[in-house]
Design a protein around this ligand. Structure first.
Ligand code: PEP
Ligand code: MN
Length: 680
């Protein structure tokens, strides 16, 4: 056969191969479309193993070696899984199928985020439009405000580690993770002319890229590194400057895009240099339970010994595989950590829901960032003994962890309209820790201060009074919920600045009230505890917002609310992930008018039975008349409250709010003495 004839035949075989691949893809798509027929997982590892074994045998018969067969079929299997996964992202509405997808990225076209997005969205078959931003925070904002459909954010790199800024953004955003993509980063040194690397005087580089190529950079000590916001922008910069002595670190693709020369390829310290990206959007997705899924969450464990180990052993008890555990400091709270956890599983799955339920009691904050199809396609193993081997190994591992303390998998009673707040859900008392102060359990904590912050000197005088008398927390209203719109409304942010400064000066945690959902995030930055007042106990959007921050919330009982309604209000906060809620009885309205309200002290033992949350008493707003407050404060301790909150003022007659109930400094000092003497 002539060479031409041979080539013709090869071309024909290749065309047939493509035809067959296309046919296989069509069949694969039909597997997922065929949703209602059966509910088996897409990936059936046993079936894949059998299939691969069969293909290897078939290959042997035809003289094609095992390595080649497995290599080719790994690619085919991966492609088919990705095809099926893309079905989750595609709009169900037929009319949306031709719409462009808008994707926000940090950097410009050619940046690694751009390349990863192209890889990820290739399977969607939709046209892509990129919105380029300088900062990661702007990328997130772009999706939050609806300018873009998706954001693609790098989260970790196999050489340089996690990208802290992105982790911190995930904690606060309302967006959900809907997908992940990994991208092999192949850094090159690029320049406008084909010069020797020793002629290079300046290199523009993204700081992550420079860190990943540090070994190479050390070899050209004469070149100065100038940091740049992203890799593609540094290429754009050299292509504009056209100085042959300037170079940039970027991908091959970026070099092509800007038409510059690659002067050295493969300059990363590690050849296997991969970056993992997260795809986030406004709406959570439901991942078909037949697809392999991953879930990401962020959690803070409670302040008790071994709580991280206990939390992690819940994953083990449910046989859920953790794929990542990363810790980040909580900004503003030195030496406190948030844990970012990825695990194999889907929040649609009942086993995962039960696991999350059992995890709750060990946490003081938690937020599910999203469930999404897992992109890391596990390769099918070919070892025929695989199944029996794994059984042994996992059996051993489980028993080791069981020794530490396996949580009891319990189903909580679902009859009540609240669950997370109940004793059935969490047996032991929740202890809310605010800096060094513990609220709950056996402690009795006193929060003291004026009704409103009125001036810098007034709040400093009150802080001194709190400190000198051994009370633990300073209060001061900055945004005041006043019955009359003409009454003093508070010093607002100026007041909060004074309160924060006074707390710092006297080393006291501070508490102030938030009136509106929009204030919550900002107040959380300055106040150690956020109060939700009686008038707002059923302001559900405020409660939900309070559930998203990681500072404790003090929730006051509404003046016309039942204990059951109070616990349901707490449930709103807990259900959002914030597990640090302190309840407060502050008097309710009855037919009795002799006092401002009627202090329902019976609520304390009732609540202690119903809930694990700490319960405090505010006798000031309940009674409304200074001389009658101390006895009720003492009574609160006797009935089992975890503390009290009382109002006092340097000059009660001049107070801008609640003067008649403000204790004089002398009265407060005496009350503190009496409380100390009262041992219960
Ligand atoms: C307060 O604590 O200043 C306050 C306004 O309380 P309540 O919401 O209980 O009336
Ligand atoms: Mn008040």
């Amino acid at each position: 056969m002539s060479i031409e004839e041979l080539r013709k035949k090869i071309n024909l075989v290749d065309a047939n191969l493509i035809d067959l691949l296309a046919q296989r893809r069509e069949l694969s798509k039909n597997v997922i479309k065929d949703k209602n027929v059966n509910n088996n997982p897409i990936r059936d590892e046993k079936r894949e193993e059998e299939l691969l074994n069969r293909l290897v045998d078939l290959g042997k018969e035809k003289g094609v070696d095992q390595h080649f067969i497995t290599k080719v079929f790994y690619e085919i299997i991966e492609d088919s899984i990705r095809l099926q996964q893309s079905h989750v992202l595609n709009p169900s509405k037929e009319s949306d199928k031709n719409k462009r997808l808008t994707i926000a990225i940090q950097g410009i076209e050619g940046a690694y985020s751009y390349l990863a997005s192209q890889k990820y969205f290739a399977y969607s078959n939709r046209e892509l439009e990129f919105v380029s931003k300088k900062l990661f925070s702007e990328v997130v904002e772009s999706v939050e405000k609806g300018e873009s459909d998706y954001a693609v954010l790098p989260i970790e790199n196999t050489t340089s580690g996690g990208i802290n800024e992105v982790y911190d953004l995930l904690l606060h955003t309302t967006l959900s993770i809907v997908g992940e993509e990994t991208f092999q980063v192949k850094h090159c040194l690029v320049a406008t002319e084909d010069v020797s690397i020793h002629k290079i005087k300046k290199i523009y580089a993204h700081y992550q890229a420079a860190a990943q190529c540090s070994d190479f950079l050390a070899k050209i000590p004469n070149a100065r590194i100038e940091y740049f916001a992203d890799t593609a922008m540094s290429v754009q910069k050299i292509s504009e400057e056209k100085n042959p002595e300037f170079a940039a670190i970027a991908s091959e693709e970026a070099a092509k895009l800007f038409n510059v020369n690659i002067i050295r390829k493969g300059i990363s310290n590690q050849e296997e240099n991969h970056t993992r990206f997260l795809i986030v959007s406004r709406n959570r997705i439901k991942v078909d339970n037949r697809l392999p899924a991953k879930t990401s969450l962020v959690m803070a464990t409670s302040h008790s010994p071994g709580s991280l180990v206990k939390a992690l052993s819940v994953f083990d008890a449910y046989k859920i595989n953790l794929t990542k555990l990363e810790s980040r400091p909580i900004i503003g709270n030195p030496w406190e950590e948030m844990f970012y956890v990825d695990f194999e599983g889907n929040t649609e799955d009942e086993n995962v829901q039960n696991m999350l339920d059992d995890l709750g009691p060990y946490l003081r904050f938690f937020k599910v960032l999203g469930s999404y199809p897992s992109q890391v396609v596990k390769k099918t193993k070919l070892n025929p003994d695989r199944i029996s081997d794994e059984k042994d190994a996992s059996g051993e591992k489980a028993s080791v962890l069981k020794d530490i303390q396996a949580p009891i998998i319990k189903k909580t009673a679902k009859s009540k309209s609240y669950k997370l707040a109940s004793r059935e859900y969490k047996e032991e008392d929740t202890i809310v820790k605010v800096r060094d102060v513990e609220i709950g359990g056996n402690s009795f904590v006193v929060i003291g201060g004026p009704c409103s912050v009125e001036s810098e000197s007034q709040i400093y005088a009150c802080a001194k009074e709190v400190k000198e008398n051994g009370a633990q927390i300073l209060r001061g209203g900055c945004f005041k919920p006043r019955t009359s719109p003409y009454s003093f409304q508070g010093l607002e942010w100026d007041g909060l600045n004074y309160l924060e400064a006074a707390g710092k000066e006297y080393d006291l945690p501070v508490i102030t009230e938030a009136l509106a959902p929009e204030q919550v995030q900002a107040i959380a930055k300055q106040s150690d505890i956020i109060q939700i007042g009686a008038r707002n106990m059923q302001n559900f959007s405020l409660l939900k917002e309070a559930g998203k921050v990681h500072v404790p919330i003090l929730l006051k009982r509404g003046m016309m609310s039942s204990i059951d309604e109070l616990l349901n209000a707490a449930e709103y906060i807990l259900a959002q992930g914030n597990r640090q809620v302190i309840l407060m009885e502050r008097g309710i309205r009855t037919f009795e008018t002799a006092t401002r309200n009627t202090l329902d002290l019976s609520a304390i033992p009732v609540l202690r039975e119903l809930t694990h949350l700490p319960i405090m008493v505010d006798p000031s707003h309940a009674i409304g008349e200074r001389d009658k407050i101390p006895p009720m404060a003492l009574a609160s301790k006797i009935v089992g409250a975890h503390g009290i909150m009382v109002e006092f003022h340097p000059e009660p007659e001049k107070a801008l709010s609640d003067g008649p109930q403000a204790l004089r400094f002398t009265q407060f000092a005496k009350l503190m003495q009496d409380l100390k003497k009262l041992q219960v």
